[in-house]
Design a binder for this molecule. Sequence first.
Ligand SMILES: [Zn+2]
Length: 190
Amino acid sequence: MGDHFQTIVDLDAGAGEAPRLAERVLDRLVTEGIVLAERADRSFGHHLPGPHWDRAVDPADTDEKPCDGLTLYTGRTIFHGGQGEPEWVRCPRCTTTTRLYTDEYDRIDAAWEPYGTAMDRWHASGAADVICPACATPVPLPDWTWAYDYFAFACLGFEFWNWPEFGEDFRALVTDALGGHRTVRVWGKL
Ligand SMILES: [Zn+2]
């Protein structure tokens, strides 16, 4: 099986406001009983499930209480889906899809190269464009769409370890606590 995670990533939070927003969401989750306020020192999530953890997950999926917790990420982070890599990336301007792997699942290094370079630049500086191979427009790295929402480039994330799949209501609750910021769910396993 392995350990799996789901991370709700705030796409709009700046680095400066991320710690304050993280506290606000944590307070809300503690108030709802979804996680505990205490910060445990452990590998798989610092805030363990609270008495009403099931409020976060799909109602059909509440048989087994998760035993791992929530880790908060504040600061510039490349959130990604763990094992594997995305097979394609899509330009938000012209909607052309660029293949990153062949049908035989061979990595297309030449297609990857501009994105890999931009990731290094984004991580160092917080800004990087990739020129779309189809429409030649420079597009900010965080704006591209990845297969399975594999990547998110952001300053705030809520990473839950070994929880059942979140319900839509939970996403809405977190979005509300974030003042309506756009969010995406990045998921995967170790
Ligand atoms: Zn394009």
